[in-house]
Structures are given as C-alpha cells and as structure tokens.
Unconditional design. Sequence first.
Length: 162
Amino acid sequence: MLWYVDSSALVKRYAPEFGSAWIKSLLEPRAENSIYIVQIGAVEVAAGLSRKGRTKELAQKEYAAALELFMRDIKAEEYNLVPIDSALTNLAIELTRRHPLRGYDAVHLAAALRLNQVLAQNEFPSASFVSADRLLCQAAAKEGLSAENPDDHESSESLKRG
C-alpha cells in the first residue's frame, strides 16, 4: 500500500507514544508499504525528537539513538520525499483558506494531495494520509483523502506489550 505520513505520525516510529505500535507495524519492512513524506517533514521529526530530549520525555541516550535511527532511515531512502516547490506552497496557502490549519500542516496536506494527483496520472492507487492530528485528518478527509490517525489504532494491550 501507499501511505503519506506526516511528522506527527512519523515521530511515533522513533519515540514511544500512543499510536506507536500501529505506525511501527505500518512501516516495518515486511509490510512492503511505500511511505511518502514531504521534505520539510524530516526537519519536523528531528525537531520533535529534540523536544522530547529537552523535556526529558526521552532520556538523552534514547533521544540520540532515535535521532540516529531516523537519520539513517532518511539516508537509506526508506521514505519517498515529496519536494516543495511554488505550486505546492500555493496549494498549501489555498488550503489554509479552506481549513483551520497551521502552516506546516497545510504543507503536509498539500504534499499528500499533490502525491495523489501524480499517482492518479500514472494510474497508481491513491496513498492514504496518516496524521496524529485530528483536525488535519478531518481536513484531509474533506479534501477527498482516506485519512488514518495512528491513535485510533492503539489498544491498551499494545501499550502493555510495548
């Protein structure tokens, strides 16, 4: 399957949070999913992990290991990067007029919409949108995307295991 994953969801792969188990299962190699992120998403994930280190949500050693793993995954091209250009920026601006989105949330949604446009032109199936932000998932659904929130897939059992 094809998935567009925003930074609020992707950080769950590297730091334990509610919803981490589902994200990890989605992103494990044997799942054979294609994962897309927007270029700026890499900065957002790094910043999210850094915040967790500063606030002691992650011990310094855990933070360093999580950031190293994320950077290794980026370098290994585990994620397909959606580039940012003026057309994507203009679409993101338009999305802020239609939905109550923060700036980079609009960029994520614009990237997912652009991705699905390219996929459709090449007769590929659509990518599903993944975000841990409920408002962003609602906006994605209003724009016609299939939207998933990893927090909706978490169970108390998976939290106990992992």
